[in-house]
Design a binder for this molecule. Structure first.
Ligand code: ADP
Length: 324
């Protein structure tokens, strides 16, 4: 407190795809700032709201009854206009109009890239990785990924029951955009026979042969988790049914993976990250993203985070093969 560089007014925003735990993170930013005597604003609907001057000052009560909720009370949106320099200047002017001196952005790769460009115009930015895809470089955790993985595992458990009853093959398509992380985590935790991810080449013909052999040896079901980035489970399902001649079903889980009450892990880590983000920003730090590495909060350079591609941990790939 009392440092000459300390910010007196900050804002928080969620952007891009929503993820469970974004509320816990926003709440932590708000309560931490207020605890330090700093004014805090909420920007509604991401960059779209910033450009429309849709923002308001928040109190401690504004974030009551939120920690258990999925989605994001601030709303989120996508904005093409923000991708233009004129758009970003307009957004910056709106922030300045309200005396906002720094911004916490909770979102995925795209949102953080937008943040780095806003920072180039002179607005201090601290980012938090908020996406179910767990595809932000420099952190092994992103807000919402654990809840989404748990939702998928719950679905796998249920689908396995019915697959076993009918001796079916079930393909389950899960989200993750270009990343196979969600598929890999939930596939391992759900005991899937195969996990198909964009990062690893696979041979569907060979998989079909192996499944036929396992059925001949008495197996009652086969679960194949397909990351959306690896291809369409519907199309693969047609091929599998034809090649194996075994009753095959496909379940595309879709947006159910984004919702729901956040897990303890997501609530705790989002709260820890939110506090760190607010404290860093008000004490004059900018251009960082806070994440986790080996269980500890770490700070990552914002430009590094958005300019590198995260790779799937080869250890997970190996483990999935060993245990299947
Ligand atoms: P996510 O943050 O989940 O990756 P998007 O990629 O859709 O989601 O990004 C969210 C928003 O961030 C976009 O609608 C846009 O306003 C902004 N954004 C994304 N990429 C850029 C970019 N290259 N330049 C400026 N703004 C961007």
């Amino acid at each position: 407190m009392g440092e000459p560089f300390m910010l007196k007014c900050i804002a928080v925003m969620t952007s891009g795809g929503d993820s469970p735990g974004m509320n816990a993170a926003s709440r932590a930013v708000v309560r931490t700032a207020l605890h330090e005597g700093v004014e805090v604003w909420g920007i509604n609907n991401g960059y779209k709201g910033m450009l429309e001057d849709d923002m308001c000052q928040l109190s401690s009560r504004s974030v009551s009854d939120l920690i258990q909720r999925g989605g994001t009370f601030l709303g989120t949106a996508r904005s093409k206009e923000f991708k233009t320099i004129e758009g970003r200047k307009k957004g910056l002017a709106n922030l300045k109009k309200h005396g906002i001196e720094g911004l916490v952005i909770i979102g995925g790769d795209g949102s953080l890239t937008g943040g780095s460009l806003l920072s180039d115009l002179g607005m201090p930015i601290v980012g938090l990785p908020g996406t179910i895809d767990n595809d932000v470089w420099g952190t092994d955790y992103t807000i919402g990924a654990d809840t989404a993985a748990n939702t998928i595992v719950d679905a796998i458990n249920k689908l396995r029951d019915t697959a076993s009853a009918h001796r079916r093959i079930i393909l389950i398509e899960v989200m993750g955009r270009k990343s196979g992380w969600l598929a890999m985590m939930s596939g391992i935790a759900g005991g899937a026979e195969y996990v198909l991810v964009p990062e690893v080449k696979f041979d569907l013909d060979q998989i079909c042969e192996e499944i036929k052999e396992s059925y001949a040896a008495g197996k009652r079901y086969s679960i194949i988790v397909v990351a959306e980035g690896a291809g369409s489970a519907v199309e693969m399902g047609k091929i599998v049914a034809e090649k194996t001649d075994i009753d095959t079903r496909v379940s595309v889980l879709g947006h159910i993976q984004r919702g729901g009450s956040p897990t303890v892990e997501d609530r705790m880590k989002a709260s820890m990250l939110g506090e760190r983000a607010a404290l860093a920003l008000i004490s004059g730090t900018s251009n960082v993203v806070f994440g986790f590495d080996a269980g500890k909060v770490v700070s990552i350079n914002l430009y590094d985070a958005v300019n590198h591609k995260k790779t799937l941990d080869p250890e997970l790939v190996r483990l999935a093969r060993v245990l299947a």
